[in-house]
Design a protein around this ligand. Sequence first.
Ligand code: PEP
Length: 254
Amino acid sequence: MGKVIIIANWKMNPLSLTEAKRIFTDTKKTAQTLRNVQSVVCPPFIYVNELKSLVSGRRCLIGAQDVFFERNGAYTGEISAAMLAKAGIKYVIVGHSEKRTFGETDEVVNKKTLAALKEGLHVVLCVGERERDEHALYFDFIRRELEHALKGVPKNLTHKLLIAYEPIWAIGREAKSADTPAGTFETTLFIRKILAERYDKKMAMNMPILYGGSVNKKNAREFLVHGGVQGLLVGRASLTPAHFAEILKEADRP
Ligand code: PEP
């Protein structure tokens, strides 16, 4: 069994570098002590380098929230996978629903996934339905998202891929609630089925799947034990170090 992977997505927070350093330093203090957890903190780009210089050891790394698919050139405002790799970044989130809401298409998610994997980055590929309808059409939605994102991705690049299942209705302040571990378990089976069809059974069974959406210290353990996932993608709760530390400790428990 590999380590449990806990990714902190800070989104567009906090407002200052001083605050970012404080949150990261506090988080690192706990994360460094945990043997069974790989923590990755994904701050806004403007803090990545400074926080990277505070990393010691491998248990608590800095990741990125996004990446562009071209290598370099006239792409104002963008940051490439090659730049991230050269800066020593190892993990990147791709296809987050908040990026998709602002126009990121399946085609762009696919290009970003491919570019980042080719550069040797771990890609945390986010998929998840907007609504959980009673006719289970949301499975078709997840299938489409996954198939688009993985178009042209060869099997030999998938060892650095992680899938984050993030039902949109469960994410953020407006969320109705988190998913249930049982609901997530069902979806992980479905995701593995798609991966097995596309690649093979062994690859599908070994693929790390994370759950994200209103994870907190009370439900983290339940998702890890009963949700069929190997990790968590944590938004809001990752900005409060004491709270996030509890999640990390829950994840470390055997
Ligand atoms: C997220 O945006 O990836 C997320 C999981 O957010 P939250 O934990 O705040 O619901």
